[in-house]
Design a protein around this ligand. Structure first.
Ligand code: GLN
Length: 296
């Protein structure tokens, strides 16, 4: 906080904060400073833009400078706010789990379509989210498909707690359970749909990621081994055992991993749902989601 002539005018606060964030290499500094100011001041973004000459109280201003200082250390914005929007829903986040990414919404979309079709045919649909983290996949699917129910599993007990909290916050707690386990080892129940956004970054690429990810997100949620495919090697055979006949496996993948993952799927008797378009690309044009059906 400046020691002399503190100025708590919105325009001044934004200007100073934007400069310090820009200096640390944050490209979206202007947007992020507005978001942080709205957060501490209880203001809307429209108010912050429309009334630059308004002042804010000393306490929120101090809180604002504190958050800006932490953001300058490249702590992710979502960790500072404690929440991240995903699939139009507000998820609680913390440093224990991956922050939900927009590209993962393509996995939700695929799973929602599939779960709706199964529900329409059979009157029920059971979903398993492997490595649920915040619970963003399972919770979003259950929020969208009223008759669906599911289980979220994660190796990290703190992720399980967070996912459960998000299920409660978003009103799907009666249709969801969360358990701490390793890729479903020991599960005997069968599922109609399995979704997973496993760790898939190649180990050698971790250090080169932006500091928000490399330093502040859990390496266990990111590291997919030398070729990034280690976890698919565990998930795919496990999914083969846990799915009902004709059950669906929907996985997120990283760029350049489609051939490898499709190969693993074929080895374990899965076929892409759409043979003509086996991989769904995200908005950036990257290979992102594979939806496969268990054929025997
Ligand atoms: N399923 C969670 C997500 O999509 C967590 C994924 C992970 O930890 N790799 O955000």
């Amino acid at each position: 906080m400046p020691e002399q002539n503190p100025c708590y005018k919105i325009s001044e606060l934004l200007h100073q904060a934007k400069q310090s964030l820009s200096q640390t290499g944050i490209k979206t500094a202007a947007l992020e400073t507005r978001v942080l100011l709205c957060h501490v001041g209880g203001l809307s973004e429209a108010e912050v833009i429309a009334y630059p000459d308004r002042t804010i109280e000393e306490k929120p201003a101090a809180e604002f400078f504190d958050l800006v200082a932490r953001r300058s250390q490249r702590i992710p914005l979502a960790h500072l706010l404690g929440v991240r929007e995903f699939w139009g829903l507000e998820f609680c986040v913390n440093a224990q789990t991956l922050i939900p990414r927009p590209e993962t919404e393509f996995a939700v979309e695929s799973a929602v379509n599939c779960a709706r079709a199964i529900f329409a045919r059979t009157g029920q649909v059971r979903i398993l989210d492997m490595g649920c983290g915040t619970g963003c996949l399972l919770v979003s699917i259950l929020h969208e498909v009223a008759g669906a129910s599911g289980l979220g599993i994660d190796i990290n007990p703190q992720a399980v707690d967070l996912a459960r909290k998000n299920a409660e916050k978003l009103g799907v707690e009666r249709r969801s359970t969360f358990k701490c386990m390793d890729w479903g080892e020991g599960l005997i129940e069968k599922f109609d749909v399995i979704v997973s956004n496993p760790p898939y970054i190649r180990s050698g690429e971790l250090a080169g990621l932006m500091p928000e990810v490399a330093v502040h997100e859990p390496v266990r949620a990111l590291d997919g081994g030398v070729d990034g495919l280690d976890e698919y090697r565990k998930i795919i055979p496990r999914a083969q055992r846990l799915l009902n006949p004709q059950g669906r496996l929907i996985v997120e993948i990283g760029h350049g991993q489609a051939t490898g993952v499709l190969g693993l799927l074929a080895q374990h008797d899965f076929q892409p749902v759409d043979a003509a378009k086996p991989v769904i690309h995200d908005l950036a044009g990257c290979e992102r989601i594979i939806s496969a059906v268990k054929v025997c």
